[in-house]
Design a protein around this ligand. Structure first.
Ligand code: ADP
Length: 859
């Protein structure tokens, strides 16, 4: 079908709003619509062609009605039938698109088919919003009218019901009225009876009140009636009047608080009011009451009282019967008793306290007494000391070591002891003046004395001065020391100056000699080429001579501040400083060699010898060291070592050749069965071997000296090595029996050859220095984590003084010069063991034998 055919357009554009939708569910894209549709759906300003229907007119998901159209479209598409939809709400956007407009629609869907295929859907739709809204309003007002009608009918029913109730009530009222008339009559009768009874009770009451008044008046307990809340006094009896000390006519009919205004401040009115209110009795024993008497005086009385309520015929409290018994006398006498008792108590306590105080004082007194005793004792001791001091002073003075003089500046009086006269060379007898003393003083020392005196006056310190005098009789210079003190004025003595004089000539002379010897020493030390240094007992240097300062180019001050240690060659420093510090501990002489850096940057070898110094009391005072330059000697030694090394090396080559030939000859002789040649060659071989050992020794010494002795360590079994060497030794010597004892397998990490040469050397020494036929014991064991090898002989032994030097290079014990040797075996051995961080040593007794041992760490 052609949408643009004139016929279709004419139908399409007629008055009803129409829209053509594509048959593409669920989009239902808008193909076209007419002007009426535009107006009805406010889309005159926008073209919605091509949009999905719900894009053009979005459905509000909350309102089901919108979906009615879509569902209708779907079912028309399916059924290919015209579908008329019931009115549905499908709100369309307002013309300005700012809001949606409530819209109700009535629509008809016409599926337009072609070849039985739905081509598109023509929807004719009418906006019925106004119609719907008008109908809604009508429906509402009808509903309201219906509701009103129902309510009206309901209230009708209610009214009928209440009418009925009213009828019944009226009937009830009539019957109640009748009942009331009856009961009023009954009440009248009851009332009459009651009145009669009341009359009777009033009469009873009257008579009982009279009875009460009678009782009150006749009893000897103080009583009164108080009427009403105003507490009007009625019928107080004579005992009450007596307590009150008032006349009857002055109290009766008056308020009790008017008669006794002081009661207002006390608790009674409150208690009375309580009785009126509660109707309950109140009674209290021994209550103090302040009461005023007619003369205006106040009194304190003690009472036991009770307030009893008296009721009127209606059961209200009408009166209070106040009953009072005056117990003032009783209370007062009791109080007195109590007071007396508590006073007694206090007095007892006080007594106890003063008793304690007394005993404390007593103790204090005892302590003071003891202190006094002690003080007396110490006084006694002091006294003894004092007399001793006095005695020694007197002795000192008498023995002639001290002289005394005294001057009184005020009077000029001068006294001088015989000894002092002697010191100054003054006449033994006769008058001496201060000027005579001053005259003896070497003149240039007079200002010294003057100054010392002024200073003593200023500082109030004792005066102490030394000065030389010219002894007038001997004409020799003598030195005196004067220690003096000014003694202030006392009651019976004028102020004076007291001087004690000592002859110090010997000390001064000694000091001078000392100074002289010191300067002599210095002169000598300065004049010599030897390097001289002095150190005190704490190892601090105190002096270096000029040789030192010249060599090092450092000042004495620098050298004194340990400025010498850093100049020592690093390779020698620790060793020498250790020797030096060790010597301070043992306070014995030491020697040491070291290289020292000179001012030109070259090292010089010094040989230092230190001697300990002791002061005149025999106390260690430090060291004096003298060192000489041994650089040239050292160079010689190096040359010598080099020479030995070279010679040994050269000797080894022919020796090796000899050894080779000897071995060849030996095997030939064996073949030829030449027994003489065999013996001779055996001996030759042994001698060659000895020589090889000797040459090796020298070679090693030279290597050691030049620092070329190499230690090549490996793990090996020490016990095995020792066994091999013992067996080897047994092959070349038959003079001694060697006993080997090995405790266990011992693995060490060491230079096998070098350790072997140590063992060989010790073995051959044991053989050399013990008589033939004796035993040699070799032990190999583990001790304290070290491998220990010891070789014991029953030989000649070693002197104690030799033992320390045994391991020095070329050292041999003097007496053994008949036995061949060079004194290098033990030296080499000790160096080797030291390089293995081990220790070598000897224990020996002369004539009995020696045990040489060494230990090295286990692997
Ligand atoms: P050498 O034996 O060649 O003289 P050593 O260095 O081996 O050189 O020994 C140094 C010195 O120690 C010997 O000269 C000897 O006086 C002494 N000495 C070494 N071993 C013993 C020993 N077992 N008994 C006594 N003296 C010994």
């Amino acid at each position: 079908m052609n949408l643009n055919s004139p016929l279709f357009r004419a139908i399409f554009n007629n008055a009803a709003p129409r829209i053509i939708l594509e048959a593409n569910a669920p989009d239902f894209s808008i193909l076209d619509y007419n002007q009426e549709f535009e107006i009805a759906t406010h889309i005159t300003n926008r073209d919605v062609r091509g949009l999905k229907i719900i894009e053009a007119f979005p459905i509000d998901d909350n309102k089901q009605d919108g979906k009615i159209l879509i569902n209708g479209l779907i079912s028309s598409l399916k059924t290919k039938q015209i579908i008329s939809l019931s009115p549905f709400q499908y709100d369309v956007p307002s013309a300005d698109l700012k809001s949606t407009e409530l819209s109700w629609w009535q629509s008809e869907i016409l599926p337009v088919t072609d070849n039985d295929e739905v081509q598109f859907l023509l929807v004719t739709t009418n906006n019925i919003t106004e119609k719907i809204l008008g109908k809604n309003a009508l429906d509402e007002s009808i509903e309201r009218e219906n509701k009103l009608n129902i309510a009206l009918a309901n209230s009708h029913e209610e009214l009928a019901a209440s009418n009925e109730e009213l009828q019944t009530n009226l009937e009830n009222l009539i019957s109640t009225n009748e009942e009331l008339t009856l009961s009023r009559k009954e009440l009248q009768i009851l009332n009459d009876e009651l009145e009669l009874r009341i009359q009777k009770r009033t009469q009873d009451l009257q008579s009982s009140r009279l009875l009460l008044q009678n009782i009150i008046q006749t009893t000897n307990v103080a009583m009164t009636l108080l009427k009403g809340k105003d507490l009007i006094i009625e019928h107080p009896n004579p005992p009450m009047i007596k307590i009150w000390q008032r006349k009857l006519e002055n109290v009766v009919g008056r308020r009790i608080t008017d008669v006794f205004p002081e009661l207002e401040q006390q608790r009674f009115p409150k208690l009375l009011a309580e009785v009126f209110e509660t109707g309950k009795r109140i009674a209290m024993p021994e209550v103090p009451v302040d009461i005023s008497y007619e003369n205006g005086e106040m009194g304190l009385i003690y009472v036991d009282f009770s307030y009893d309520p008296i009721f009127d015929k209606d059961g209200n409290v009408e009166y209070i019967l106040a009953t009072v018994s005056d117990i003032t006398d009783k209370v007062l006498s009791r109080k007195k008793l109590e007071e007396n008792e508590s006073e007694l108590q206090a007095t007892t306590e006080e007594l106890a306290a003063s008793n304690e105080e007394l005993s404390a004082t007593n103790e204090e007194l005892a302590a003071t007494n003891e202190e006094l005793q002690e003080a007396q004792e110490s006084l006694f001791l002091k006294n003894e000391e004092l007399s001793e001091t006095e005695e020694s002073l007197r002795l000192a003075l008498a023995s002639g070591n001290l002289g005394i003089y005294s001057i009184e500046p005020e009077t000029g009086k001068f006294d001088i002891s015989a000894k002092a006269r002697e010191f100054y060379g003054l006449p033994e007898r006769g008058k001496i003046t201060w000027a005579d003393v001053i005259n003896t003083v070497v003149p240039q020392y007079l200002p010294v004395i003057e100054k010392a005196r002024d200073n003593a006056l200023l500082t109030k310190q004792p005066f102490d001065v030394q000065y030389p005098i010219l002894h007038s009789t001997t004409n020799k210079i003598k030195w005196v020391r004067v220690v003096g003190k000014s003694i202030p004025k006392s009651n019976n003595r004028v102020a004076r100056f007291l001087g004690v004089i000592l002859d110090i000539t010997p000390e001064i002379e000694y000091r001078h000699t000392l100074e002289e010897s010191e300067s002599r020493f210095r002169n000598m030390a300065e004049a010599t080429d030897v390097f001289i240094a002095v150190g005190d007992e704490t190892s601090n240097a105190t002096y270096f001579n000029t040789s030192w300062t010249t060599l090092t180019g450092r000042s004495m001050e620098d050298l004194l501040k340990y400025g010498w240690a850093d100049l020592i060659h690093p390779d020698d420093r620790d060793r020498y400083v250790e020797i030096y510090l060790e010597a301070f501990k043992s306070k014995s002489p030491f020697t040491g060699e070291f290289r020292i850096l000179d001012k030109d940057g070259n090292y010089s070898w010094l040989l230092a010898k230190g001697s300990p110094r002791f002061n005149k009391n025999g106390e260690f005072a430090g060291y004096i060291s003298s060192s000489v330059d041994i650089s040239e000697l050292k160079k010689d030694e190096i040359r010598k070592n080099d020479f030995i090394g070279m010679v040994s090396h050269e000797l080894k080559t022919p020796l090796t050749a000899i050894s080779g030939f000897v071995q060849v000859l030996h095997s030939r002789a064996k073949k030829n069965d030449d027994s003489y040649a065999l013996t001779a060659l055996n001996r030759t071989y042994n001698q060659v071997k000895k020589m090889t050992v000797m040459i090796n020794g020298f070679l090693n010494v030279s290597r050691l000296e030049s620092g070329k002795l190499l230690i090549e360590k490996s793990d090996f079994q020490l016990d095995e090595l020792v066994r091999e060497l013992v067996e080897e030794s047994d092959l070349v010597q038959f003079s001694h029996k060697i006993n080997l004892s090995v405790s266990q397998t011992i693995i060490v990490n060491a230079d096998r050859d070098k350790i072997g040469s140590v063992v060989s050397n010790l073995l051959s020494n044991a053989v050399k220095y013990s008589p033939s036929g004796t035993d040699i014991d070799v032990r190999c064991e583990i001790l304290d984590g070290n491998a220990l090898v010891s070789i014991t002989d029953d030989g000649i032994g070693i002197d104690k003084e030799d033992i320390d030097k045994l391991f020095n290079r070329y050292y041999r014990v003097g007496k053994h010069h008949t036995i061949s040797g060079f004194g290098i075996g033990l030296y080499l051995s000790s160096e080797i063991i030291e390089r293995h961080n081990g220790k070598i040593g000897v224990e020996s007794e002369i004539g009995k034998g020696s045990t040489f041992y060494f230990k090295i760490p286990l692997a």
